[in-house]
Design a protein around this ligand. Structure first.
Ligand SMILES: [Zn+2]
Length: 588
């Protein structure tokens, strides 16, 4: 067999092998999740052990760390850059730069084609409905129960995740001694990073204002979480978010404060500084939504993380522990104001201050030689089109319908439809399935035309739309048939984002700097394979980490999970794609 043939065979078989392996893993892990209701907070610290802290900033583009470097303090990002390692040229290798795939990839080291989290939500053909990445088909209750949110609570659990996380690897390698805690404001971030059996997985909801978990993990909250919910949540009420530094620095290093195209802040904060948070008892504005849409939400989560470290004695029980923290307000602020805003610059400076505080806290409580800190992000962000147009004349806002309206009619015209029932060629709501289009297999079968013909017709039709750069078909993706220059550039990334059971039949690639959210919409988004969405920071600092400074070589973001595993001293997660780069940690 020629080498070429072996490679082709491998390429054909790999998805099948991965599917079987992930199915076996999934069944074996999801039967009865272990509960961690035993309160471990009375354990006495041993003065030994290690803590690996992984920080994911939700939406932090890789270039922020150079763009605003002159304004960072000495103790945060700059300290990590100079006394540890900074990968300044790290990119997601897959096309779907969204929150759920991002957090699943950080923790599993696998790409969406393997871990199965292809988007925040996707269309389940078998069930004929849209499913959420962090919810389950089983019923799980909110813990603590809450009448107010019960009706819309999605029943969070990591059961759709098809690959083990680094926390699962830690648990297995240490027989449960090494423990994982995963925290975020957003449920999907905490759930997908935490894996199957974290001792704690907590997220926040802005309707009740409390950190909570799911009965998948435990049946009651530990006392420390209860106490924190009672004492800490409203501490920022009435506080004003103003710039950390003088206005002229923001004018020089970011765009204008009041920019066309900025969205209304979802927390109701005004479009320019200062942003005053509502008072706790303000009946006309919601403090809880506002704190999530401001850097004070990060301060709240950091307070919560500190309480978790102290209460669970993380890194102080003679074993290595893992704490994963995802800061969501950066994303909410970034979507509303865009990456060139004073707000995003300011929340990034404040994120730097939190990292400095985190390092100082860990040094003080555990000691310099007992922690490793890894900082990364789930994705970047596109500039507001109103800003991007200054350098990219094609930047604009389009509606979703601009790309796909008319596809049903075109297929009707090409193949006819029994009974003249129009609009049945595409299934699933395109608003939720974009950039994927799911062809209706029943319609195709009833017509008796080969699937490949319909798929290929639809692909050509989509490629003829004014705002479609390229379209990829299922057959083309599975075969790796990427011959044009565009297909060569983007096809492999789409392939890593493709899971045969979960993705649609056609992938629509829009040109860069185009917002697909309506001509009159505001704000900005991520989710594409364009560079600005895939560029993320990776910083590693702490015990045993070599002082190697800035690394400009191009690396995949999938090195993060193997790096976490190496810092913990356990094997990389079983389905991780990359190996940890050589020479990051001192050999033990
Ligand atoms: Zn995100």
């Amino acid at each position: 067999m020629s080498l070429g043939r072996v490679i082709r065979l491998f390429v054909v078989l790999t998805p099948a092998i991965l599917l079987v392996t992930s199915a076996i893993w999934f069944v074996s892990r999801s039967a009865t999740p272990a509960k961690h209701d035993v309160d471990t907070t009375s354990e006495v610290g041993t003065g030994t052990g290690k803590l690996v802290v992984v920080v994911a900033f939700d939406q932090m583009r890789g270039d922020y760390l150079s763009r605003w470097a002159s304004e960072f303090g000495p103790g945060g990002f700059e300290r990590m850059k100079t006394e540890g390692i900074w990968y300044s040229n790290a990119h997601l290798p897959y096309a779907c730069s969204s929150t759920a795939p991002g957090h699943a990839s950080i923790a599993t080291g696998a790409q969406p084609s393997v871990h199965g989290i292809i988007e925040n939500r996707w269309y389940d053909r078998g069930k004929g409905k849209v499913v959420y990445a962090a919810s389950s088909e089983e019923t799980y209750d909110r813990v603590p129960p809450s009448e107010g949110v019960a009706k819309k609570w999605p029943g969070i659990a990591p059961t759709r995740l098809l690959a083990p996380t680094v926390g699962d690897s830690l648990r297995e390698a240490t027989n449960g001694k090494g423990r994982t805690v995963s925290l975020s404001m957003k449920d999907r971030s905490a759930v997908l990073m935490g894996g199957k059996e974290p001792v704690g997985c907590y997220c926040f909801d802005s309707s009740e204002g409390e950190f909570h978990t799911s009965s998948f993990y435990r049946s009651r909250l530990p006392d420390w979480v209860d106490r924190f919910n009672r004492d800490a949540v409203y501490r920022w009420a009435g506080r004003s978010w103003d710039r950390l530094k003088p206005l002229e620095i923001y004018d020089r290093l970011a765009g204008p404060d009041n920019m066309n195209g900025e969205a209304k802040n979802p927390g109701g904060l005004p479009s320019i500084f200062p942003h005053a948070l509502p008072k706790a008892d303000d009946k006309t504005a919601n403090y809880l939504t506002a704190i999530e849409a401001s850097p004070f939400g990060n301060e709240l989560l950091w307070e919560f993380a500190k309480t978790a470290i102290d209460s669970e004695k993380l890194g102080d029980r003679g074993a290595s522990d893992l704490l994963l923290v995802s800061f969501s307000p950066n994303d909410i602020v970034g979507h509303a104001y865009g990456p060139d805003s004073h707000e995003v610059m300011d929340i990034t400076l404040r994120s730097d201050a939190i990292i400095a505080e985190m390092i100082a806290h860990l040094e003080r409580t555990l000691g310099k030689d007992r922690f490793v800190l890894i900082v990364t992000a789930d994705h970047g962000i596109c500039p507001l089109p109103e800003m991007a147009i200054r350098t990219h004349p094609d930047a604009k806002r389009i509606s979703l319908g601009d790309n796909v309206n008319g596809l049903d009619a075109a297929l009707d015209a090409a193949y006819g439809l029994p009974g003249g029932v129009a609009g049945r060629w595409v299934e699933g709501p395109i608003r939720d399935t974009h950039p994927w289009v799911y062809l209706n297999r029943r319609t195709i079968e009833s017509i008796g035309v080969p699937y490949e013909n319909v798929e290929s017709y639809a692909r050509n039709w989509l490629e003829g739309r004014a705002n479609v750069l390229a379209a990829f078909s299922r057959t083309q993706i599975e075969k790796g048939d990427f011959s044009s220059d565009l297909a060569k550039q983007f096809g492999p990334m789409v392939r890593l984002a493709y899971h045969p059971d979960r993705c649609g039949d056609l992938y629509i690639l829009t040109p860069p700097y185009i917002q697909v959210s309506g001509a009159l919409s505001t704000g900005t988004d991520h989710g594409t394979p364009h560079e600005y969405d895939r560029h993320v920071p990776i910083l590693i600092y702490g015990a045993g980490v070599m002082k190697r400074g800035t690394r400009e070589d191009a690396v995949s973001s999938l090195i993060v999970a193997p790096l976490i595993a190496e810092a913990l001293g356990v094997p990389a997660p079983a389905m991780a794609t990359e190996k940890a780069p050589e020479g990051v940690l001192v050999a033990k």
